[in-house]
Design a protein around this ligand. Sequence first.
Ligand code: HAM
Length: 421
Amino acid sequence: MDTIKGIKGVKDILPEETPRWRFIEDAARRWALCYGYQEIRIPIFELTALFARSIGAETDIVEKEMYTFPDRDGTSLTLRPEGTAGTVRAFIEHNRVADPLPQKYFYIGPMFRHERPQAGRLRQFHQFGAESFGTSDPRADIEIIALLWRLLSDLSLPELTLEINSLGSSGDRAAYKPILLKFLSQQKSLLCANCRRRMETNPLRVLDCKVADCRAATESAPRLTNHLSPEARTHFDHVLAGLTSIGIPYRLNPRLVRGLDYYCLTSFEITSTQLGAQNAVGAGGRYDGLVETLGGPSVPAVGFALGLERVSLMLPEASMPSSHQVLYYVASFGDHGTKLGLVLLDELRRVGISAHCDYRASTLKAHLRQADRSRCRYAILLGDDEATRGSVILRNLESKAQEELPLAGLSSLLKSRTTSS
Ligand code: HAM
């Protein structure tokens, strides 16, 4: 019979890889809590309108990448392509604005985008995101960038660059658009078909195009940062000065225009040359208008999301603590030994000591082979001879050193050794 395969761009994370994922997620949680962010768990699917309205109907995500399907009653639903929209929806729906501000949330979970799969780009991928609601102070922007930067530095990710830009206020962008369009129409023949279309729908995105000819053609395009209102300029200057004061290096990137429409003022990406074409590890920015766009009050906000597959690709092996998944292999054999082995295995686990046994093995030799494969640190040998003596042999599987220990009270003895080592 044919086997049923997983979906293209949707990966299994196998047991060999999960310690790496847990390590990254634990670090993310620890840093988020340290900065005062609390975990929120939002649904995997929402009404399609939520994403269309927040991310923008004319963005690549909404136009081409969403997994959208009708519910049984015909309502259009979508698997979340990102976490900001759902977090804002929850913030409004639960009237969190009535609670003391700022409200700071983080989330970790799968997101879904129908993109062309390649290294670091999947159709089901995972993000760690953080969102801070309630203050327009540039220190909130600095805090959110610092959280991301400190986490990535803690994980020792190599060759990181923080790229930053200001997208100004919506008024600034409205005033800049005709200036940019005038420039782009002079270059139109040099632009790719996608950019020519974008000129009509979202001209700022042309600046972000990765096609070499488009980049060359827009090299001398007028810069939005030269057309900022005094308020937006001051905000940006404060963010940059704050980053310098806490020792976070950045590179100004006037081309940085995010692929989601809700941003204003600060926008940023952290990239790494280690990642190849998909070089953004994490990205975010300020989105002061989004709560209102989704029907809530006017609440300024800023946030980021980090792509966990990309972190996993870059995480140096040396950053990971070496760990034995299971500590003890119980090698019990012979009639009497096997019976006592069953009880010992249960006792060890009940006191919280990880223990394992391959029930197919019935001789010492077979057990020792399985113990070596199991990557346990110790084997406990318990045959009929040991059973008669009321003892076990504890064998260090690396050094092969052995010692005889009494069977009675063994689990408490090993527990005390584990906690004191
Ligand atoms: P984004 O730039 O679309 O922003 O995604 C953030 C990160 O998610 C990217 O830098 C990348 O590492 C990862 N990512 C995106 N798409 C994929 C994919 N197909 N496969 C693997 N990784 C991917 C957002 O999602 C915004 N919600 C960020 C934000 C939060 N802004 C404010 N708050």
